[in-house]
Design a protein around this ligand. Structure first.
Ligand code: URA
Length: 198
């Protein structure tokens, strides 16, 4: 199977994932699941939290206000968005943009794991504390988890023979939506990604 075929399989499984706590909310609102978007050969893979309203209406990750911030941050470091892969841990929108529950993370996490295996990025970038918690635990870094206020802007080597070489933790772009004064700090943190560009 090609990478695209494998991603389609994931999409089809999520479309019919009746056991998901978010399945009924999605179908009742005619929302789409948001699987991910970008290069299947990306060196850099971004993982956010869960789709917001714009994302659930279009099926595309980070296409609303937080997406505009992400675009600005990528532009700042000269990384074209089509060269990276962008997804979330939770693939369906939680009502009222509430935080994802442990059950939702447990439901969708295995799909993210498969996406990492398909894409084989050099680095997985966790956007925000939920992605940080899930991904660092997944790659054996749970003992190094710190509050996001301390972890942001850091790169954690995984020391894996197979799999991503590093996990980078960054603030979620929404922090610059709530307060644009945060944008310069986010830009500075993003500069850590330039080493993974080539
Ligand atoms: N916030 C996220 O975490 N993901 C999106 O796709 C959009 C907003």
């Amino acid at each position: 199977m090609t990478k695209t075929d494998q991603m389609r399989t994931i999409r089809d499984e999520i479309l019919t994932l009746k056991k998901s706590p978010l399945y009924e909310y999605r179908t009742a609102n005619n929302f789409f699941p948001v699987i991910g978007e970008g290069s299947h050969d990306a060196k850099i893979m971004f993982v956010g939290e869960a789709p917001g309203r714009n994302e659930a209406k279009t099926g595309k990750p980070f296409c609303g206000a937080a997406g505009k911030v992400l675009d600005q941050l990528l532009e700042h470091v000269g990384i074209p968005r089509p060269t990276v892969y962008v997804t979330n841990i939770v693939k369906d929108r939680p009502p009222e943009n509430r935080d994802p529950t442990p059950k939702e993370i447990e439901t969708y996490g295995p799909f993210l794991d498969r996406q990492v295996e398909i894409i084989k990025p050099r680095v997985v970038v966790a956007l925000g504390r939920y992605a940080m918690g899930y991904i660092m635990t997944k790659f054996g870094l749970e003992l190094q988890i710190e509050p996001i206020g301390k972890a942001h802007g850091k790169s954690y080597p995984t020391n894996l023979e197979v799999g991503p070489q590093g996990i980078v933790v960054l603030y979620h772009p929404c922090v610059a939506v709530y307060n644009p004064n945060n944008l310069p700090n986010l830009k500075k943190d993003f500069e850590i990604l330039t080493q993974y560009k080539e």
